[in-house]
Structures are given as C-alpha cells and as structure tokens.
Design a protein around this ligand. Structure first.
Ligand SMILES: NC(=O)C1=CN([C@@H]2O[C@H](COP(=O)(O)OP(=O)(O)OC[C@H]3O[C@@H](n4cnc5c(N)ncnc54)[C@H](OP(=O)(O)O)[C@@H]3O)[C@@H](O)[C@H]2O)C=CC1
Ligand SMILES: CC(=O)N[C@@H](CCC(=O)OP(=O)(O)O)C(=O)O
Length: 343
C-alpha cells in the first residue's frame, strides 16, 4: 500500500480504544479514519479524552454511520457479546482485529460454557486466528479476523507456553497467581472499580471460575498435545496499568530459564531477564514489552516464573497493533518500539 492504512476503531471512547488512538497517532503506516462510541457518540475525542486533544481526529459516531468501503482495517474494542454481533454484520472482506473475548475460544460450545450464552456468530469462528503474535504470526499475517488474547491470558501464556511445549514441568501442577491493574475492567462505571472499593486494599476476584482459564486450558493443551488444566487466581491491584503473574511449576528452574531464553531470543517484545531476577509492572508500563523472569525456591528447588506486561499495550491494544501490522504487510514492530514510561 502506498499510503497509510485507513483505520476504524469501534469502541474508541473506552480505555483500549484510547490506547489504540495513542499508538496509531505516531504510527507511520496507519491513520485514524473513523471512531465510534455508544453513549458518547456525537462527542469530540478531546472531550472524552483530553490527553488526546493535540490530535486532529474524527468525531465519535455510531457504528451504523461508518462508511466501511473506505476502511482498510477495523479494530473492534467493544464489550464481549456486543463484539460478535457487530463483527457478524461488518463487510465479510474487512480485515478485523477483535480485542474482546468473542472469537478466542475455538469451540463455540466451550464459549457457551464459559460465557453463559450461545455464540451469536459461530459461522465466523473457524476463520478467527488466536492473536498471540509470538505463536501464530504466520496465520495472523494471512488472517481476515484475529481474536486478540485476554490481558491476563497473554501474561500467563507468554510466561509458560515454551516451557509447556518443551515438557520440562509437571503439567498437572501448574498454578498461576496474577495481579492486574484496574483499567483491565474498562472505563464504563461499575461498583467494583470505584476508588473506594479498590484503593488501600488488595483482593482476589472471580476465584472459583475466571473465564480466562478457558484460554489457558485451550492453548496449553494445544502446546502439550494433551489436556492441561491450570489453577488460576486473579487479584485486583490498586493501580491503573500493569499485570504481574507469578507461576508456580514443578521443574528444574535453570532448565526452565534456558528454555524461555532460547524460545524468545529473537522476539522483539519479549525480554527474558537474567536467571534469578523477577520483573516489575513499573518496567513495562506504556510499552509493548513483556518481561519474564525465573527464580528458584531456595528450599525445594521448585521454580517460579514471573511475567509482567501492561494490560493496555501488550495485553490488548499494542498486541492488536502488532497483529494489524502483520495483516497489513507492515513491519511487525512498526509504531510499537516506544520505551516504557518510568517512573
Ligand atoms: N481494558 C483492558 O485492559 C482490556 C480489555 N480487553 C477487551 O477489549 C474490549 C474493550 O475493553 P475496554 O476498552 O476496556 O472497554 P470500555 O468499557 O472502556 O469501552 C467499551 C467501548 O465500547 C463502546 N460500547 C459499549 N457498548 C456498546 C454497544 N452496545 N454498541 C456499540 N458500542 C458500545 C463504549 O462506548 P461508550 O463509552 O460511548 O458507551 C466504549 O467505546 C472488551 O471486550 C475488553 O474485554 C481485552 C484486553 C485488555
Ligand atoms: C481488572 C479486570 O477486571 N480485568 C478483566 C480482564 C480484561 C480482559 O482481558 O478482558 P477480556 O477477556 O474481557 O477481553 C477481568 O479479569 O475480567
């Protein structure tokens, strides 16, 4: 293409939508052509997100008002369930990157089990490619519809997939404990994300059943070639961005570190820390990097794998742009090599 790709962002008045706009603002291969909203349709982006005031952006409109004939690729940053209804009605040849959970689970029956309702666009599921770029980049480059991973799922999968694939841990004894920033819950007001409910405290949520467990089971089972089920508990961190997963595995820590370092040696966004060091969310904030560390338990030699990323970049919008780059034939890292924001 001899011009920047024309991009529509559906759900631009949400957190991941704003992050997409921030990333595309300095992306040489993309330009924002349409932005949509629901309650905020008709407003200027500058009113909704004053930090984007310097940009010359189209007004927020309804999805039905977008002329998709002039769009090269759409990012769908809508709530799950809404997303599948919207994508079902988009032009069938429009390249689409979905940030929701709607097309991540390959089997619509598994989707129904975890999301509590029948899938509304099951006919599209076979063409959806799971958006974990480091594992599916060839399929993503050829795809029409890409389903980006959950932010929690991305954190756990990136930390553990090479190790599961290599068969160097006990696959029946995997525990993923994870803490996530509150922006993961989106911008729409909810009682559970009020300042008073989140600040000065720390709690686990969706303890018995978190829907990202289905993504873990799906991808670990595919990698291992047998059924793998993990124990997964997310916690809510009183901070805006960032996820840190602590993964407990039975296996030799130095071997696990070697497997990870080799698997990610050529990956532009995955940084495997020196053996014995653990990452921090503050070192990946605002960037598309994922930092992974392996530390030995001094008493029994068991390994803990740590994985940290920013839920709004590598966990969603950054991953989405990385996938869109591939789908548009652009360099995979284009527009994404910014350093983390520190302190
Ligand atoms: N936040 C995160 O860290 C991550 C989010 N995701 C997923 O990405 C998607 C977007 O998340 P996020 O940006 O956080 O969500 P937000 O709640 O912040 O934003 C949702 C967006 O969707 C619009 N919207 C809501 N309902 C409708 C509707 N019925 N029709 C059309 N538009 C609608 C909203 O418009 P308006 O504001 O005008 O109502 C808003 O623009 C979700 O599926 C989420 O699960 C995935 C990974 C990480
Ligand atoms: C803090 C918080 O609530 N986080 C969300 C994850 C957001 C995400 O990745 O979402 P989707 O699977 O919905 O796309 C959660 O745990 O459900």
């Amino acid at each position: 293409m001899d011009r920047p790709a024309r991009i529509a962002i559906l759900g631009a008045s949400g957190y991941t939508g704003a992050e997409l706009v921030r990333l595309i603002a300095t992306h040489p291969g993309m330009e924002v052509a349409a932005l949509t909203a629901d309650r905020k349709a008709g407003m200027d982006m500058a009113e909704v997100f004053p930090h984007l005031r310097h940009l010359d952006l189209p007004k927020l409109c309804r999805i039905s008002d977008v002329d998709f004939s002039g769009i090269d690729l759409a990012f769908c940053a809508l709530p799950h369930a809404t997303s599948q209804e919207v994508i079902r009605d988009l032009p069938r040849d429009l390249k689409t990157v979905d940030l929701s959970a709607d097309f991540r689970l390959r089997d619509p029956a598994v989707y129904a089990e975890w999301y509590g309702h029948e899938h509304l666009a099951p006919a599209l599921q076979p063409e959806a490619v799971y958006g974990l770029t480091e594992y599916y980049r060839d399929e993503i480059a050829r795809a029409r519809l890409v389903a980006c991973t959950g932010c929690n799922s991305a954190t756990g999968l990136l930390g553990l997939l090479p190790v599961v694939k290599a068969g160097v841990v006990d696959l029946d004894e995997i525990i993923i404990d994870l803490a996530t920033g509150v922006s993961g819950a989106g911008r729409a007001p909810k009682e559970g994300t009020l300042h008073t409910e989140v600040s000065e405290g720390f709690h686990a949520y969706n303890i018995e059943r978190h829907r990202h467990t289905a993504e873990f089971d799906q991808e670990f089972s595919l990698a291992a070639g047998r059924d793998v089920t993990v124990t997964f508990t997310p916690h809510l961190l009183p901070q805006n961005r960032g996820i840190l997963a602590t993964i407990y595995v039975k296996g030799a820590p130095e071997e696990i570190h070697k497997v990870l370092a080799e698997a990610y040696a050529d990956e532009p966004f995955i940084v495997v820390l020196p053996y014995g060091e653990a990452p921090s969310t503050r070192h990946v904030r605002g960037s598309n990097f994922c930092h992974i560390g392996v530390v030995r338990d001094r008493r029994d030699g068991r390994a803990r794998i740590f994985s940290a990323l920013d839920n709004l970049t590598k966990g969603s919008s950054g991953q989405a742009v990385q996938n869109a780059n591939l789908m548009l034939g652009l360099p995979e890292t284009q527009g994404l090599m910014m350093a983390p924001l520190f302190p």
